[in-house]
Design a protein around this ligand. Structure first.
Ligand code: TYM
Length: 360
C-alpha cells in the first residue's frame, strides 16, 4: 500500500544578517521540530533581502550566515530541502505573473509595507489613529518631496512571498506573528487566482499550528519586537560575554510596590523571554517573587542570560566549523535547489498554461 504523501511545509528567513532569538523562536526552532514528519522546504530569502538595498558583499555573506545557522541549529539536509531563493529562477517569473492579480491598494495597506516605507522615507511612525489612515499614508508616499524613494520591490514583497509558498504548493507555513498578515494575503491571492481562472489549482496555506499563541519575541529595550532594524537583537552567535551584557542592560522599572501589581511592558517582556527559555519552575519562582514584591531584577536577568546561553551555545559552537566547509555548504544548496526547482518548474508550467501563455 502507498504511504500517503507528507504535507508540504515551506518557510524562509531573509538574508539580512545573523539570526536572532526572534528568528529562532518564531521560525528556526519550529523548522527543526517538524523536519521528520513533513515534506519540509526551508530557504534563504535573498531576493526579499534586496528590498532593503544591501550591498552585494554583505548580502552574499549573509546568505552563507543564514545557511550555516540553519545547519548549526539542526536542520538536516537529508530530511529537509534547503535552498537559496534566487537559485530558483521560476520564482521570479511567477512573481511577474502573480502580480497581474494583485492590487496596488491592498499592498499599500500592508502593515509591514507601511512600516518599511516610512523608514525608507525617514518618516516617523504616526502618533494618532488619524495619521495612520490609508489616505494620509498614500499622500506621504506619492507626494514625498525627497530624494529618497520607496522601491516597488518593497511594495510587492507580499507577492514574492506568496509565490515562494504557492510555487511549492505548500499548505503549512511556520512563521512568527509578524508574518501572519502576509500569509493572509497569500491565501487571498490563491483564492483569487483559482476563481479568476475557474480552477482548483493552488491550495490555501495556513500558519503551522503548534498549539500555542503565535510567537512574538520582544526586544529588551522596553517595547516592541526583537528585530534587526530595531537594533535590539540577541543573536544566536553572540559571545557569552556580549550576551550577558545585553541582558543585564535590559530596561526594567522600579519594581512592584504592592503585592500583585500589574506589570510594566519592559518587565512583561523579560518574563516573555524567560517563558521561552527557562523551565516552568524558574518562571514560577520569579512570578511569585514579583507577586510578593521580593523580586530582584538583577537575579532574573542573570538567570535569563544563562538560560538563553544554554540554548545558543551549542549552535554558536557549530557555526564556525560549518562556515569553514565551503564544499559542504555548496553541496547542500545544490541538492536543495535541484529538488525545489523540479517542483517550481512543474507549477510554473501549469500556471503558464492556465493563464494562456501557451505559445503558438
Ligand atoms: P524575516 O527574515 O523577517 O523573519 C524570519 C522569521 O523570523 C520570524 N521573526 C520573529 N518571530 C517572533 N518574534 C520576533 N521578534 C521575530 N522576528 C522575526 C518571522 O516571523 C519569520 O518567520 N517574509 C519572511 C521571509 C519569507 C517567507 C517566505 C517566510 C519570504 N518568503 C515564505 C515564509 C514563507 C520574513 O519575515 O523573514
Amino acid at each position: 500500500m502507498d504511504t500517503p504523501a507528507k504535507e508540504i511545509v515551506l518557510s524562509g528567513i531573509r538574508a539580512t544578517g545573523n539570526l536572532h532569538l526572534g528568528n529562532y523562536y518564531g521560525a528556526l526552532r519550529k523548522f527543526v521540530s517538524i523536519q521528520n514528519d513533513y515534506d519540509c522546504n526551508f530557504f534563504i530569502a535573498d531576493l526579499h533581502a534586496l528590498t532593503t538595498a544591501p550591498d552585494p558583499q554583505s548580502l552574499h555573506a549573509n546568505v552563507r550566515n543564514v545557511l550555516a545557522e540553519y545547519l548549526a541549529a539542526g536542520i538536516d539536509p537529508e530530511k529537509a530541502t534547503i535552498f537559496i531563493q534566487s537559485d530558483i529562477p521560476e520564482i521570479s517569473e511567477m512573481y511577474l505573473l502573480l502580480n497581474m492579480h494583485v492590487g496596488v491598494g491592498e499592498l499599500m495597506r500592508t502593515a509591514s509595507f507601511k512600516d518599511k516605507a516610512r523608514k525608507a522615507l525617514g518618516l516617523t511612525a504616526p502618533t494618532s489613529a488619524q495619521d495612520d489612515s490609508d489616505e494620509a499614508f498614500e499622500r506621504q508616499i506619492i507626494g514625498a518631496e525627497t530624494n529618497k524613494r520607496v522601491n516597488a520591490g518593497l511594495l510587492t514583497y507580499p507577492t514574492l512571498m506568496a509565490v515562494d509558498i504557492l510555487i511549492q504548493k505548500a499548505t503549512k507555513v511556520p512563521v512568527g506573528k509578524d508574518q501572519l498578515q502576509h500569509l493572509e494575503l497569500t491565501r487571498r491571492f490563491a483564492r483569487r487566482f483559482n476563481s479568476f481562472y475557474g480552477v482548483d489549482f493552488f491550495p490555501e496555506p495556513t500558519d503551522f499550528d503548534f498549539g500555542g499563541a503565535p510567537v512574538k519575541v520582544p526586544g529588551l529595550d522596553g517595547s516592541g519586537k526583537m528585530g534587526k532594524s530595531e537594533g535590539n537583537c540577541l543573536y544566536l552567535i553572540d559571545d557569552p560575554k556580549v550576551l550577558r551584557k545585553k541582558v543585564m542592560r535590559a530596561t526594567t522599572d522600579e519594581g512592584p510596590k504592592e503585592p500583585n501589581s500589574p506589570m510594566s511592558e519592559p518587565v512583561a517582556n523579560l518574563f516573555t523571554l524567560l517563558e521561552l527559555t527557562s523551565t516552568p519552575e524558574v518562571v514560577k519562582h520569579f512570578r511569585d517573587a514579583y507577586a510578593d514584591c521580593s523580586i530582584r531584577y538583577g537575579d532574573l536577568k542573570k538567570q535569563l542570560a544563562e538560560d538563553i546561553l544554554a540554548v545558543t551555545t551549542p549552535i554558536r559552537e557549530r557555526v564556525n566549523d560549518i562556515l569553514a566547509d565551503d564544499q559542504y555548504l555548496r553541496r547542500v544548496v545544490r541538492q536543495g535547489a535541484e529538488k525545489a526547482r523540479a517542483r517550481a518548474a512543474e507549477t510554473l508550467r501549469e500556471v503558464r498554461q492556465i493563464m494562456g501563455l501557451r505559445g503558438i
